[in-house]
Design a protein around this ligand. Structure first.
Ligand code: AHN
Ligand code: ZN
Length: 337
């Protein structure tokens, strides 16, 4: 009897609590309906980390994606075919540029578009080439690296986003362009013995910034993904991004923190880093931020991670959780435009 009474009291208390919860929610949503900024967030489709991981592994399996090699030819062809499979309109820019060492490089920028007619657009980017040498390593410096993280990860996240947008019932309201830049990582090493030359990095971004895939191309803003797959990666607010597009950094960091990725997206400032977004900001005049691993607290000043431009940049450093943190954040941002 006593037990029954307690159960009854608990039941009543429970339903009262539920009722008051409901009414609070209802009252709340009626209030926010009239105010713009309190618009409830759109729930983006789920980003599949295992699929993204497989896209990274597939690139690594082709071999180092060094310009003028069969692996680069095969990987570029594969990226193009996946993007077509995922319903994007695909454009390919083929061009030649001379590297710091005098070599003429055959390069391809690959551009995928969703909703190409929409004026309101977001531009996502990553580089798909990998560094032709391991200049920060202590051995085999002249051999190319796997570039699982430096190159592979950004492409893996973008391809999984493309697959998600294609498969999901709900599509983003905004137009989405994805640029896969070539020739980012053929930059002049510090101790090459060759006289210093300006603008040796980011060759594909340089070319695109002067030769857009669409005349008068415009985007509201862009997000570059570079080294976004390593376990325990930290992303700091990079200098050029803060200078040209602080509002976008705020938006992306807020989204990441809101959906539970504060471990990755840190409210710390990093110096300006030369990367594809430098040319998109300064030459193409489109504001673009760089989500790039930069761990302000790294030991030995290895801010880019201990694998950077070394042979240890292989599949062992890639974490599906990091790919998920970045990919889900990107989907959240895109679906809330
Ligand atoms: C430099 O090391 C000059 N910039 C970093 C950009 C980069 C290289 N991203 C990947 N590899
Ligand atoms: Zn690199």
């Amino acid at each position: 009897m006593k037990n029954n009474m307690i159960a009854l009291v608990l039941l009543l208390a429970g339903s009262l609590a539920m009722y008051s919860c409901d009414s609070a929610t209802n009252g709340g949503s009626q209030q926010v309906a009239s105010t713009e900024e309190a618009k409830p967030a759109v729930k983006a489709p789920a980003f599949n980390a295992d699929s993204a991981y497989k896209f990274v592994a597939k690139q690594v399996a082709f071999g180092p994606r060094v310009p003028n090699t069969p692996a680069a030819q095969q990987t570029g062809d594969w990226i193009i075919s996946k993007l077509k499979e995922y319903g994007a309109e695909v454009k390919v820019q083929s061009f030649q540029m001379r590297a710091f060492d005098g070599k003429m490089l055959n390069l391809r920028n690959i551009i995928a578009s969703y909703n190409p007619q929409t004026a309101n657009r977001v531009l996502l980017a990553a580089h798909w080439d990998t560094r032709p040498f391991a200049d920060k390593d202590s051995s085999n410096q002249d051999k190319p690296i796997d570039g699982a993280n430096d190159g592979g990860s950004g492409v893996g996240v973008l391809l999984e986003m493309a697959r998600t947008i294609h498969t999901a019932q709900q599509k983003p309201a905004v137009g989405v362009d994805m640029i896969f830049f070539d020739g980012e990582d053929y930059g002049q090493p510090d101790n090459s013995g060759i006289p210093y030359k300006e603008d040796t990095w980011c060759l594909g971004a340089q070319y695109w910034s002067k030769n857009k895939h669409v005349p008068n191309y415009k985007a509201n803003y862009g997000i570059l993904l570079d080294m976004v797959g390593a376990e325990n990666a930290k992303f700091a607010r990079e200098g050029t991004s803060m200078q040209h597009a602080k509002g976008i950094v705020d938006k992306v960091w807020k989204a990441a923190n809101h959906i539970g990725y504060s471990d990755y997206f840190k409210y710390e400032n990093a110096p300006a880093i030369t990367d594809d977004h430098s040319y998109v900001n300064n030459w193409a005049n489109i504001r673009m931020i760089d989500v790039i691993e930069y761990n302000m607290g790294a030991p030995d000043g290895d801010y880019f991670g201990p694998y950077h431009h070394r042979h240890t940049d292989n599949m062992d450093v890639i974490s599906p959780r990091t790919l998920k943190a970045v990919g889900q954040t990107m989907l959240h941002v895109v679906y809330n435009e």
